[in-house]
Design a protein around this ligand. Structure first.
Ligand code: AKG
Ligand code: FE2
Length: 198
């Protein structure tokens, strides 16, 4: 049952330039364990190449795309699968908090601490001018970083725990870039970024 007084009220972790609002416990620990196991075993994970500095290289993680629209980034357009019951249920919980609807989700499976995601912005044209990116995490806690895109001067670092939701919105994809660095000794982690693609 949902407690009346959440022990972790949502907080904006960005000092300026849009918002990244962290909800630490959108899903309970028990729910998160079940969802993690289910996603790892049922999602059609693939390791795919992307274009980096003009060269095709394998991404250091597994990926998948589900929903009504395919996600495009780094010179590739992902193959899109139909929503599953479980993804629709997660999407419903996220939409309730975000107060908007999403039509696509990009899933990333970081098998261990060697898997990572480099600095980037989610600012593809088809996401619109001030996109809302709803990022949900399951499995191991990993460090997520944001830094100012222009001068790389400000750095914000946060551990994304299982069951957490990070809502990036407003100017955040213009002003900030983000990454998931490699780390020593991490278990598997699955991250879902829900998006609204026109
Ligand atoms: O794994 C994460 O927390 C970040 C994922 C991400 O930035 C993306 O899918 O665009
Ligand atoms: Fe991203």
């Amino acid at each position: 049952m949902q407690s009346l007084f959440s022990p972790f009220p949502p907080m904006n972790i960005l000092p300026f330039g849009g918002e990244a609002i962290l909800y630490e416990n959108l899903f309970s620990n028990e729910e998160s364990d079940t969802i993690y196991e289910h996603l790892v075993t049922t999602i059609r994970w693939k390791q795919e190449p992307i274009k980096m500095f003009g060269k095709m290289v394998m991404q250091p993680r597994l990926t998948a795309c589900y929903g009504e629209r395919s996600v495009a980034y780094s010179g590739i357009t992902m193959e899109v699968q139909h929503w599953t019951e479980e993804l629709l249920a997660i999407k419903g919980r996220v939409e309730e908090k975000a107060k908007m609807l999403f039509n696509s989700v990009l899933l990333n499976y970081y098998r261990d601490g060697n898997d990572s995601m480099g600095w980037h912005r989610d600012n593809e044209r088809e996401l619109g001018a001030q996109p809302v990116i709803a990022s949900v995490s399951f499995g191991a806690t990993r460090k997520f970083q944001l830094r100012t895109y222009k001068d790389k001067s400000d750095l914000v670092s946060v551990g994304l725990t299982p069951g957490s939701l990070l809502l990036m919105q407003g100017e955040s994809q213009q002003v900030w870039e983000h990454s998931l660095p490699k780390t020593k000794h991490a278990g598997g982690r699955v991250n879902l970024t829900f998006r609204s693609i026109v």
